[in-house]
Design a protein around this ligand. Structure first.
Ligand SMILES: Nc1ncnc2c1ncn2[C@@H]1O[C@H](COP(=O)(O)OP(=O)(O)OP(=O)(O)O)[C@@H](O)[C@H]1O
Length: 364
C-alpha cells in the first residue's frame, strides 16, 4: 500500500546539510497498522511528511496505493492538481490536532470537503456521518475549545477521513493525551482500520502504542530503517532490538556478575526464552528439566499482550557452558520458542540462531 524506495531527505540548515532520511526502504501492507519508532531526531516526522509529499524528498520514490507521488510532484501545475487529488486519499492526524478554533466541530470536518468542492448539503451529511463514526455525533455544534484533548483528536480523525482515504498517517496522535484517552483513541484507530480497511502508518515514541495496535513496526536510527517486520516476527527474531524494547526483561541478570567474571567461573549459560501463541500455556521449562535432567534457574519472567496475542519471556540459567547446552537449547527451539543469549543481544546475530522469519527484514 505504501512503498518508499531509497527515500532521502536533506535539509539545508544554516549553511549546512542535515540528512534526515538516508535511503529509507519501507513497505506497509494494505490494511495493516504500521508503527515507526525511534529516538528524537531519527527522522520519523520527515518520513511521514515525505510520504504525503508535505515535504519534498531529495531523492527516492513514494508509491501509495499504486501511485508514484514523487512523479506527480514534479510535473507542473496539472501535476499539482493530480497530487492534491492523490493526497486527498491520504488522511493525516497531528499531535496537536490542528483544529480551526473559529469553526465548529462540524465546520472543521467539512473543511476538506469544501476544498474537494462538495455541495453544502452533502458536506453536512458526510461530516455528521464521520462524527458519528468517531463517537461525536452529539458535538457537531460544539467549538473546539469546548472539547477535551481526546475529543479534539477524534475530530482530527473525522476530518482526516473526509476524503475517504485508503491510508491514514498519524504523527504522534496520542502523545499529547493521558494514558486512558490514549487507549481510547488507539482503540478508535484500530476499529477504523478494521471497519474501513484503512492502512495506518503511525509514528510514535511510545512502545505501548506499538504493543497495543501495530501489526508491524520499524525502528529508525540516523535517518535509516534499522529494523522492520511484523510485530510477531520481530518478537521471534533473536537479537531484535525492537523486540527487546517492546518487551524488556531488564534487571533479571544478577547485578555485577558480568563484570566480576563469575559467569565463566561458574560455567553457566544465561538464556532468554520467548513464548508465543499456544506455547505460552505449556509447561515447557519443567518438561525441559524432567526430559533433559537439567536444573533450570528462573532469573526473571514476564507476560504481556502484544498485538492482541499473549507473549511470555523468561530469562533462565542453565548449568555449564553454552556449547554444553546445545541439547536443552535445541529442545526449546524445537518447540517453537525463541532462544537468545542476552550477553550477545545488541551485537550481530549469533551464527547458530535459526533462520530469520520471512516477515522480518534486518537492514543493520
Ligand atoms: N525543516 C528542517 N530544517 C532543517 N533540519 C530539519 C528540519 N526538519 C527536521 N530537521 C532535522 O532532521 C533530522 C530528523 O528530524 P525529524 O523531525 O524527522 O526526526 P524525528 O524522529 O521525528 O524527531 P522527533 O521525535 O523529535 O520529532 C533532525 O536532525 C532534525 O533536526
Amino acid at each position: 500500500m505504501i512503498t518508499t524506495t531509497g527515500l532521502t531527505k536533506v535539509y539545508r540548515s544554516r549553511g549546512r546539510d542535515v540528512t534526515a532520511l538516508d535511503g529509507v526502504d519501507l513497505h506497509v501492507r494494505e490494511g495493516e497498522v504500521f508503527g515507526v519508532v525511534g529516538r528524537s531526531g531519527a527522522g520519523k516526522s520527515s518520513l511521514i511528511r515525505c510520504v504525503n509529499l508535505l515535504e519534498r524528498p531529495t531523492s527516492g520514490t513514494v508509491v501509495v496505493d499504486g501511485r508514484d507521488l514523487t512523479a506527480l510532484a514534479g510535473r507542473g501545475p496539472r501535476a499539482g492538481a493530480e497530487l492534491r487529488r492523490a493526497r486527498s486519499r491520504i488522511g493525516m492526524v497531528f499531535q496537536h490536532f490542528n483544529l480551526l478554533s473559529s469553526r465548529t466541530v462540524q465546520g472543521n470536518v467539512e473543511l476538506p470537503l469544501e476544498i474537494l468542492g462538495l455541495p453544502g448539503r452533502e458536506r453536512a451529511r458526510k461530516a455528521r456521518e464521520l462524527l458519528g463514526l468517531v463517537g461525536l455525533a452529539d458535538h457537531a455544534r460544539s467549538w473546539p475549545a469546548q472539547l477535551s484533548g481526546g475529543q479534539k483528536q477524534r475530530v482530527g480523525i473525522a476530518r482526516a477521513l473526509a476524503g475517504d482515504p485508503g491510508v491514514l498517517l498519524s504523527d504522534e496522535a496520542t502523545s499529547a493525551l493521558d494514558p486512558e484517552t490514549t487507549r481510547s483513541v488507539l482503540a478508535l484507530l484500530r476499529d477504523l482500520n478494521r471497519q474501513l480497511g484503512l492502512t495506518v502508518l503511525l509514528i510514535t515514541h511510545e512502545m505501548d502504542v506499538v504493543k497495543t495496535v501495530c501489526d508491524s513496526a520499524a525502528l529508525m536510527r540516523d535517518g535509516k530503517v534499522a529494523e522492520s517486520g511484523t510485530v510477531s516476527g520481530l518478537l521471534a527474531t533473536p537479537g531484535s532490538e525492537l523486540a527487546r524494547e517492546l518487551f524488556p526483561l531488564g534487571g533479571a541478570t544478577p547485578a555485577g556478575e558480568a563484570e566480576t567474571g563469575k559467569e565463566t567461573v561458574r560455567e553457566r549459560t544465561v538464556v532468554d526464552v520467548t513464548f508465543h501463541g499456544e506455547s505460552t500455556g505449556r509447561p515447557l521449562i519443567s518438561q525441559l528439566s524432567r526430559a533433559q535432567g537439567v536444573d533450570v534457574s528462573i532469573l526473571g519472567a514476564a507476560m504481556d499482550t502484544i498485538g492482541g496475542r499473549q507473549v511470555g519471556r523468561m530469562r533462565i540459567e542453565l548449568p555449564g557452558r553454552r556449547e554444553d547446552n546445545a541439547v536443552p537449547i535445541g529442545f526449546l527451539r524445537e518447540r517453537g520458542l525463541t532462544v537468545e543469549f542476552p550477553e550477545a543481544a545488541g551485537a550481530a546475530r549469533a551464527p547458530e540462531t535459526p533462520e530469520t522469519p520471512e516477515t522480518v527484514e534486518k537492514t543493520r
